[in-house]
Design a protein around this ligand. Sequence first.
Ligand code: FAQ
Length: 328
Amino acid sequence: MYTQGLDQAGKDKQLASEAEDRLSAFQARVDAEEKIEAKDWMPEAYRRTLVRQISQHAHSEIIGMQPEGNWLTRAPSLKRKAILLAKVQDEAGHGLYLYSAAETLGVSRDQMVADLLSGKAKYSSIFNYPTLSWADIGAIGWLVDGAAIMNQIPLCRCSYGPYARAMVRVCKEESFHQRQGFDIMHALCSGSDKQKAMAQDALDRWWWPSLMMFGPNDSESKHSAQSMAWKIKRFSNDELRQKFVDVTVQQADFLGLSIPDDDLQFDDTTGHYTFGEIDWQEFLDVIAGNGPCNRQRLEKRKQAHDDGAWVREAAQEYALKQAARTAA
Ligand code: FAQ
């Protein structure tokens, strides 16, 4: 920057023009599909958007362990229990990769965790619904992980390198999760009338909340336009929701289950299913903290955090001891 000899107005003009150049150079890199890395210059709003989205995503994975964790001791067989245990542990791993990806943007894990525990940070609406029967574990794998994959495959191409790379492994694991959920639903639907009724009841309760996972309609989505211009998001909320409906309705047909939507129909002209209106008031209530299980989820998370204090202290002591030994 060379501002010598300029008056204040001239200096301001020059600074503004340099800032504009930096922004256009950044956008040109994004447009050229170059990955933005942690130490690269980035607009502050890009950094903040990523911290918001990645930390919300991490919190969702961590809180998302609870609804299924609730069935670990009640899985119907040893094999189902081992599979569910592996899945729930995978979700913990996803949370950890994602916290690490967010940390590359200069926010500390302690801060993110504090924001979750104080209720300041959001996590996905879907994890505020109860798991009432074993069929709900099938419905979560099939629908919730199915929706998560639909949303997360494009995130493997996100412009921010550390997030994009974390998503590759997450998506591979989510595919296994989706398959295990479908397998549970398939087993139930091939069983007795009572088992099939359980599967239908789970679909009835999880269908609409799963559609809400994609976020508000595009017209109401305050972040989408900018996030798409920055190639953080590659598809809009409505586009992804539509893709999910199109593939999932056919899977429900295969299972012999009915989607709980009287307005659902295939449109020959567009080649897509049209579907009924989502209850957006319910969505808003859940994200405002008033869903069926919000309070329970946060209380349990706080308790787990408190119970883990001794592990953090022990790790800290060990690290100090190691550092002292290396220094000696
Ligand atoms: N729940 O302007 P937009 C999983 C908020 S992981 C709560 O459209 P954006 C794996 C949004 O934050 C599931 N809040 O926002 C698993 C914003 O509020 P803010 C999590 C929601 O960011 C399976 C406001 O509404 N996945 O399932 C929701 O452009 C099984 C306006 O919305 C991710 O996080 C919602 N559903 O688009 C784990 C994926 N939707 O921040 C365990 C990454 C919207 O201004 C078991 N995230 N909001 O206060 C994304 O792709 C995006 O953040 C969206 C939202 C698409 C979720």
